[in-house]
Design a protein around this ligand. Structure first.
Ligand code: ZN
Ligand code: ZN
Length: 291
């Protein structure tokens, strides 16, 4: 079994989840699930955590829209302050919450979402996205070289063959175009797994059933370099400091001790310093400035 990112030999087992092993490559640090079964099309569509039908429950859609509103602002800030002049392609539009913000602020917006379950949910919640989100994993020939910004939020952890996936995603960029990527920082995978178990997430499994790839900042930087990208921005975004995100993850009102931890995270930023947040980056193709 070779590493799914660098091809290196002899990855070692770190822990087990949902009857599979989580292996770590000693060469590039990449973590992945074995057997390496892809479910990029289903994501949470068959999820026991009921990520989708909970949207109908009070407060969920609103919390998700607030989280993605803040995310859209972050993307715009990193992309130079405004998306108004940009053609934006979101890969993995999911339930459409981020799409609903991006489609308002971008010059033009197009989305791709392979899951028919997600597309159905998206169409129901966001009429304004009608005709803007296609059923596909990756851009096709019609998208080639047309976009200023490609957005990949919580996608690469689901994608079998993340390097090939990212290269195909980049084909949609104009020369000098940029890609925004967000993935969980799994530096402390064991600690995250223990937290999730303590909170009773994922039916007692330490990891999300759909995740195949587990990135650390180091292995994400390695992926970027392999794809010919240069990071212009690379940082950590807190999950613990954002009560909306915690509510969406826990799927119930926050217990007092979780709120206390969240408050502590807001003031100390200890969680992102430890590597318990999301990695956020904006990258451009090397020598991408030339036309
Ligand atoms: Zn490797
Ligand atoms: Zn799910």
């Amino acid at each position: 079994m070779n590493c799914k990112l660098c091809g290196g030999n002899a990855p070692r087992e770190l822990l087990r989840s949902q009857d599979s092993a989580i292996l770590r490559c000693p060469e590039c640090g990449f973590l992945f699930r074995e057997p390496y079964r892809g479910c990029v099309a289903s994501k949470c569509a068959a999820c026991e955590d009921r990520c989708i039908d909970r949207l109908a429950e009070p407060g969920f859609l609103e919390a998700r829209l607030r989280v993605d509103g803040r995310r859209a602002e972050r993307i715009a800030a990193l992309a130079g302050g405004s998306l108004s002049g940009l053609a934006v392609l979101e890969i993995g539009a999911g339930l459409g919450c981020l799409a609903s913000h991006l489609s308002k602020s971008a010059g033009t917006y197009a989305g791709l979402e392979a899951s028919p379950v997600f597309r159905g949910c998206l169409a129901e919640n966001f009429k304004e996205l009608a005709g803007k989100v296609e059923g596909a994993h990756l851009p096709g020939p019609q998208h080639r070289g047309r976009f200023d910004l490609v957005v990949l939020v919580d996608v690469l952890q689901f994608s079998p063959g993340p390097l090939e996936f990212l290269r195909a995603a980049l084909s949609a960029l104009k020369p000098g175009g940029k890609v925004y990527i967000e993935v969980p920082d799994e530096s402390l995978l064991g600690l995250r797994a223990a937290f999730r178990k303590a909170l009773g997430l994922y039916s007692g499994s330490p990891l999300h059933h759909g995740h195949l790839n587990f990135f650390t900042p180091k292995s994400l930087r390695f992926l970027l370099a392999q794809a010919g990208l240069e990071a212009q921005h690379f940082s950590q975004a807190s999950i613990a400091a954002d009560e909306d995100r915690l509510f969406l993850t826990l799927k119930r009102p926050l217990p007092g001790w979780v709120r206390a931890l969240s408050l502590a995270a807001r003031f100390t930023k200890a969680d992102t310093a430890l590597g318990l947040g999301n990695t956020v980056c904006l990258a451009v193709k090397r020598n991408g400035v030339a036309a």
